[in-house]
Design a protein around this ligand. Structure first.
Ligand code: EPU
Length: 339
């Protein structure tokens, strides 16, 4: 029987990038798929990768499973590279290694913190690219029924920062492997404002260097200043509502979506509401990007919750727009806590 590494009363502070002071009753480290049949599903239960999109607002009265499965396999098809990656691999490490091998497509997604297994859950995206575009299938271990499953791209139901994995009733699904197809014919995606002045014949490495430079200028390194990236999703409104807002606020950035709805920039709304200096205790709005909340050291879950609620209230009052958390907020019992 495989040994399952379990630890009781473990601090979660170093296991999530917002670094709140919280404990879990039990932590399991998953290093080998052979361990899976020996893991009992009992709620509260939470699956964690590198913890860069999860915030533990309180002590967690259950089990946290840390997915540390490793391994990358690359095969060649006629027109694409087929890459299968274990969920515990680091995302940015994968992007760098593939790009260096001449396998392109992920450059716009460079420097996104977190693990490969977390990427499909919230369909990570940046600079005009979303990871779901490249995912052909996801291997899953169902912890409840103790069986292996595979979801196709269509099964995953990818949307902006959403997928079927993110739904409440799917929390027992552990991603073990993600399968990608990266077309051999690489076309750089340069539509995003920060990349627009790059030449059309830009090389993949130049593009990646630009993405890294833009991110480093705006987004704090979680190792130096604890944070979980964008705290809220960019809100989506109808075209009519967007037009009303634009007539009142002519400088408001707006992005048209394929279905005709309009995505607003939550960072702009927070910034323009004068909230860049907002803080509760050590929980604060980041100076270079108002959509990111940071922990200056000793923030508690309550500080963070109070700050996020106040931002939500003030943005709603001013613009009539509701900001929803993009991060996963965990309370004692593991359910996503409402702000
Ligand atoms: N803006 C401000 N003030 C701010 C922040 C932003 O005026 O404090 C304005 C910017 O000038 C720009 C607009 O708002 O006109 C959008 O800002 P930005 O380009 O920085 O991107 P974002 O919409 O705030 C999204 C993603 C990021 C991703 C970037 C680049 C979400 C929730 N966030 O941010 O993803 O890196 O676009 O594609 O969609 C993450 O999900 O954790 C994340 C960092």
């Amino acid at each position: 029987m495989d040994i399952i590494l379990t630890h009781s009363q473990q601090s979660l502070q170093s296991r999530h990038s917002f670094a709140l002071p919280a404990y879990a009753r039990t932590v399991i480290e998953l290093n080998d798929e052979a361990q899976l049949p020996n893991i009992q599903w009992q709620e509260p239960f939470w699956i964690l990768g590198e913890g860069t999109n999860t915030l533990f607002l309180e002590d967690f009265e259950g089990t946290v499973l840390v997915n540390q499965l490793r391994g990358v396999q690359i095969t060649e098809a006629d027109d694409a590279w087929l890459v299968s990656v274990a969920a515990g691999e680091n995302w940015h490490g994968l992007v760098c290694s593939l790009s260096a091998q001449g396998i392109h497509g992920f450059e716009n997604l460079a420097l996104i913190p977190g693990s490969v297994g977390a990427a499909p859950v919230q369909n990570i995206g940046a600079y005009g690219v979303e990871v779901g575009q490249f995912i052909t299938a996801v291997d899953i271990w169902d912890l409840q029924s103790q069986q292996a499953l595979q979801w196709t791209h269509a099964d995953c139901e990818f949307r902006y920062r959403e997928s079927r994995f993110k739904r409440k009733h799917n929390r027992h699904l552990l991603i073990t492997q993600v399968h990608f197809a990266l077309p051999k014919q690489w076309v750089p995606e340069l539509s995003y404002p920060d990349l627009r002045n790059l030449p059309a014949d830009v090389s993949a490495s130049e593009l990646m260097a630009r993405v890294i430079a833009v991110r480093e200028a705006k987004l704090p390194d979680p190792k130096r200043l604890p944070n979980a990236g964008s705290f809220f999703k960019n809100p989506v409104v109808s075209a009519e509502r967007a037009q009303e807002l634009l007539s009142k606020y002519p400088m408001m950035p707006q992005f048209f979506m394929e279905n005709g709805d309009v995505k607003l920039a939550a960072g702009w709304l927070i910034d323009q509401a004068g909230l860049k200096s907002a803080a509760v205790g050590d929980a604060a709005v980041h100076q270079q990007q108002a959509l990111v909340l940071v922990n200056h050291g000793r923030a508690s879950g309550e500080d963070l919750r109070a700050l996020a609620r106040s931002i939500q209230d003030q943005v709603a009052t001013r613009y009539g727009v509701t900001l929803e958390p993009e991060v996963r907020l965990l309370s004692k019992q593991g359910v996503d806590a409402n702000l």
